[in-house]
Design a protein around this ligand. Structure first.
Ligand code: ADP
Ligand code: MG
Length: 395
């Protein structure tokens, strides 16, 4: 729209955008974070376990009421605001022709109306700005969904709890945007806590807050965004899902969550080599998530390095979703002092994380940048994240 102060935080940029949009009084400011998955990759759609944490980069939504029955969304990310009539919301998705970005916030409104059964008549202007990099594997999508859901929950007095709002975000992403994702990202964005992770059972949706103790131990989490776009992501994701379903079917279980490490010898006899290795990743990854939780609680964060590395090796060798840039990031980080490191996210590109002593952050970052340069890879984007609070009202 117009030029914005790039250095102001998301909440002030959203407020500035709202004031360009309307003379209406701001009714409040809400925000939700992106997330990093500490461990537990591709386990979500196998009814398994994940351990994400919310990060200190947030998306903000500032809202004003309108006197007509229109819902208008604007984002610093987009050129033009998008407007729909509230009366048209119930039948808007699937199949709406709103621009893709607007399907996130408007999809949340659509899913919130469907879940609550209310028919809001008072219009709203929602202005959105974000500090979560888009498409870097930090779930800017769950951040925009969570911030919008938290705003509408208050503005429309819906009375939903955090888990219900996470489900609304997921419905928006699956059925309004059309992205077939699990609920991990939305749960992390809604339930996150300072210096803690969310242990999520993707079958029951039971959650447990697990203290990370990174701050007290003087540890930082370094995100190394390789800049490699997930070029095979869609096809690769579908193929891995199919392998997991095939494996579960051959083993006679509803989901790979029901296969234990002790069952792997039998699985190896029953399955072809590729399917077996896909299954072994899921089974051992579920075990590593549980071990990470137990280790954090019993011994603290310095003891989880080996689990992070084993997770990476399993994704590289058994699930085969790594790329050379991610392997280099992990190897160089560990060689220069990281306690542990692994690729994070769906794979075929995206980011790695490294758990690093505060004093070693610069050394590790410099070494990774130098290694990428020497290998002829594009320059990575490297920054630290801290585990932070989930969605909230800020003002
Ligand atoms: P990721 O969640 O890994 O960042 P996704 O592809 O799942 O990547 O979601 C990114 C999409 O979400 C963007 O392409 C855009 O459509 C939407 N989005 C995220 N943040 C914003 C924002 N601040 N304003 C508008 N749209 C956004
Ligand atoms: Mg996303």
């Amino acid at each position: 729209m117009t030029t914005h102060d790039e250095h102001a935080d998301a909440a002030s940029r959203a407020a500035a955008l709202l004031s360009e949009l309307t003379a209406g009084e701001p009714r409040g400011s809400w925000s939700a974070p992106g997330r990093v998955n500490l461990i537990g990759e591709h386990t979500d759609y196998n009814d398994g376990f994940v351990l994400p944490f919310a990060i200190d980069r947030r998306t903000s939504v500032v809202a004003a009421e309108r006197s007509d029955g229109m819902l208008r969304v604007a984002s610093t990310f987009a050129d033009e605001p998008v407007e729909v009539a509230l009366a048209d919301l119930p039948d808007l998705f699937p199949g709406s022709d709103v621009p893709e970005w607007a399907a996130y916030p408007i999809g949340v409104a659509w899913a919130a109306v469907a879940a609550s059964g209310i028919s809001p008549t008072r219009g709203l202007d929602l202005a959105i700005a974000s500090d979560v990099p888009v498409g870097a594997g930090l779930s800017s999508s769950a951040a925009i969904e969570g911030a919008t859901a938290a705003a509408l929950n208050d503005l429309w007095s819906l009375g939903f709890d955090a888990v219900a709002l996470a489900r609304i975000g997921r419905t928006a992403e699956n059925d309004a945007v059309g992205a077939p994702t699990g609920i991990m990202d939305q749960m992390a964005a809604m339930l996150g806590r300072t210096d803690a992770a969310i242990f999520l059972d993707c079958r029951s949706l039971d959650t447990d807050v697990v203290d990370l103790g990174f701050a007290a131990a003087g540890l930082d989490v370094l995100v190394i965004d390789t800049g490699v776009k997930h070029s095979h992501a869609t096809g690769g994701y579908r193929d891995r899902r199919d392998s997991c379903e095939r494996g579960a079917h051959a083993l006679g279980v509803p989901a790979l969550r029901d296969v234990s490490v002790g069952d792997l010898a039998r699985a190896q006899r029953l399955l072809d080599d590729t399917t077996f290795r896909r299954v072994r990743h899921i089974v051992t990854e579920n075990e590593r998530v549980r071990e990470t939780v137990a280790t954090l609680r019993a011994e603290g964060p310095r003891a989880i390095g080996g689990l992070l590395l084993a997770s990476h090796a399993s994704m590289r060798d058994d699930f085969e979703i790594s790329v050379p840039e991610l392997d280099t990031a992990v190897e160089v980080a560990v060689a220069t002092g990281a306690i542990g490191a692994r690729m994070t996210g769906g794979g075929f590109g995206g980011a790695a994380i490294a758990l690093v002593e505060h004093a070693a952050v610069e050394r590790v970052g410099d070494a990774v940048r130098a290694a990428f340069d020497a290998a002829g890879y594009g320059a990575p984007t490297i920054f630290t994240v801290a585990a932070s609070e989930g969605a909230r009202r800020d003002t």
